[in-house]
Design a protein around this ligand. Sequence first.
Ligand code: NAI
Ligand code: MG
Length: 500
Amino acid sequence: MSTITTSSVPESLQSFLSSPKKLFIDGDWVAARSGKCFDVFDPSTDQVIGQAAEGDAADVELAVAAARKAFDSGPWSSMTASQRSRLIWKVGDLIEQNADELAQLETLDNGKPLAVAKAADVALAADMFRYMAGWATKIEGSTIPVNVPYVPGGEFHAFTLKEPVGVVGQIIPWNFPLLMAAWKLGPALATGCTIVLKPAEQTPLSAVRLGELIQEAGVPDGVVNIITGFGETAGAAIAAHDQIDKVAFTGSTEVGKLIVKAAAGNLKKVTLELGGKSPNVVYDDADLDTAIAGAADAIFFNQGQVCSAGSRLFVQQGIYDEVVAGVSEIANNLKVGSGFDSETQMGPLVSREQLERVRGYLKAGLADGAEATAGGAALDQPGYFVQPTVLKNASKSMSIVREEIFGPVVAAMPFANDAELVSQANDSSYGLAAGIWTRDISKAHRLAKSVKAGTVWINCYSIFDAALPFGGYKQSGWGREMGHAALENYLQTKSVCISL
Ligand code: NAI
Ligand code: MG
């Protein structure tokens, strides 16, 4: 691993960063009722680079009222699906037109390499809006033949209507700030819902800019409201609000459970995209060069801050040493530094808190007897940098194997045969994703069926597409994001039955 010196805030972002920070409520940019703001940090320098308005329950109240009005009586509900579709498409266009600025904001706020922000985060966000724009005009119920045995001779015409669930609260994390907003807003807008969105307090900037673009696209007032603020205040107020019909959350499993409890008050619908501890499996018949590079990318992409990261690496016995050495060599050569440096391959973690969390896991893993064949510590420099780390001699009782680390740390373990592998791979409270590297297509299919995970990647990893459903088994969540599966989260099915 080599490090690169950090650079400062791009000139082009200065005016956005120095403008007064506001919440987006009912089509207006307003200060938080409390008048408070909070600091936003550059994770590569640990310096404050701006502020965001600190929305709390009082602001959520106003945002919900605006979203209610826009849904119950505003122009959104009376608009045709085709008109809605064009507005959603326009948001995608505006994201593309402002791709450079959005990517810079993402790199500044989250730390990720600029090229990644542009090619992955921003491009996928634009694509998500366009994909969902297409669905707006294709949401339809069905005609259902009914028998009704207790009404002899009765004749009925029955059909279903698909209706938007209503006002939705959306609480998103900091690992892909703009993209997570797109995953959430796209299907909600396509189905005709109105929204109160809360970005993570670590990364509020791109959501604020997205709000401006949504306004520029002509989305009516109150349809999208954006409240920057903290989870314990603004987030909790959204989860508990009795005028919100559904809440969608992405983040920790711990907070996911709090959301479920808070939602019980009015039994709002809940979807959750939570943590993971995904197995990535390399068989001895795999193309090893590809598998080794893929295993490294599965854990080091986005500094390991990916819910579906391949954080448990299972390698077949005979090639264990070779694969561990190969992944370690890649880790040792990764260029770690500011996301604005074009040579950087891995940026800092998002926050000091996350750095401390990852450092805690590294210490625990080494104390438990795991051995670092690459990395193993934080970097002794400003910013929240940690070394890309490979831990061998890991075993299933260790916290580094059981718990989500959410950093560039992979635990490598050998396996002998399929039966042993399946039981180890599924020995987790999570079930978000899995990777399989093999040339044997039958084996790949068999394992894809046996592994309890919402996504299985074969001879690839971290492949996401707006059309492909994503979500978790077990404690990795409820429901699916993306694809037409995501629309169901935002729709009610109404049965209509007519006596003829
Ligand atoms: P978190 O779950 O606390 O934060 C995610 C979002 O939830 C943020 O917008 C936050 O403001 C909000 N939130 C926090 N507490 C809330 C509450 N009581 N009510 C309503 N909303 C609340 O995650 P955090 O603390 O940033 O990271 C902790 C761990 O969570 C990470 O180390 C990682 O393991 C996991 N995580 C998983 C993510 C995923 O994509 N599945 C994303 C972010 C974190
Ligand atoms: Mg938290």
